[in-house]
Structures are given as C-alpha cells and as structure tokens.
Ligand binder design. Structure first.
Ligand code: 5GP
Length: 116
C-alpha cells in the first residue's frame, strides 16, 4: 500500500500524524477522539486495516473479541468501567467517516437512548 492510500488511522498507527494514544498492544491502538462527544471519547482500532465492521470475516473473530475486551480495560482505566458506551458506525449512511474499523468508547456523561 502506498503512503497516499493510507487512511487517517493508519497514519496514526504509523506515527505519521499525532494523536493522544492511551493504549497499544500488538493487535490494537486506542487514542482520544479529536472532537470528543463525551468527557471520555476514545477510538479503539485494530492495527489490521479492516474497512468497516461488515468487511470483517471469520478469521477476524479473535481480533473482534480482543477489541471488546480491550474496550473494557480502557473504560476501566478511565474510571468508567461500570458505565460506558461502545459505538461502531458501519458505512457512510450510518455515520462512518473514517474507513478503518473503529470502536467509539464514550463515557463520563448520562447516555440517552435511542442514540441519534
Ligand atoms: P466515524 O464518524 O467514522 O464513526 O468516527 C470518526 C471519528 O474520528 C470522529 O469521531 C472524529 O472526531 C475522529 N477524528 C477525525 N479525524 C481525527 C484525527 O485527526 N484525530 C483524531 N484523534 N480523531 C479524529
């Protein structure tokens, strides 16, 4: 893949653009959202460039489960292990704007239902 074909989040993984990174392991990276929608708003991404959740396949099963467990670890480290929301926007019509799978971890304020 050429540098110009990289998504924003791949550039963050490769440290080509700055981000406030809060967690990293071999499979995933988490950093603070630049435009937070809650007091804690962290984006958790797989290092593997899966475009959308619907593009994941059976071989990604372990990776997707890993992200769920890491999300809890991050929420707990932020002090919100008992009350946090995970959001995945799948596709432009659902609000996805960066086409590298990411979980939004939101916490620190009351959460309304249904989400808008
Ligand atoms: P989406 O709309 O694809 O579900 O979420 C993309 C998220 O990426 C948005 O919440 C947006 O604020 C965040 N974002 C966009 N550009 C940047 C950036 O350069 N740095 C960081 N940390 N977050 C970004």
């Amino acid at each position: 893949m050429t540098a110009s074909a990289k998504t924003l989040f791949e550039k963050i993984i490769d440290r080509e653009i700055p981000a406030t990174i809060v967690y990293e392991d071999d499979l995933s990276l988490a950093f603070r959202d630049i435009n937070p929608a809650a007091p804690t708003h962290i984006l958790l991404i797989p290092k593997k460039p899966i475009v959308r959740l619907c593009d994941a396949s059976a071989e990604d099963q372990m990776l997707l489960g890993h992200l769920m467990l890491v999300a809890t670890k991050i929420a707990t480290a932020e002090g919100y292990g008992e009350a946090y929301r995970l959001v995945v926007n799948n596709g432009a019509a659902a609000g996805q704007s960066v086409f590298h799978l990411h979980l939004h971890i939101l916490a620190g304020r009351p959460m309304k239902w249904p989400p808008g």
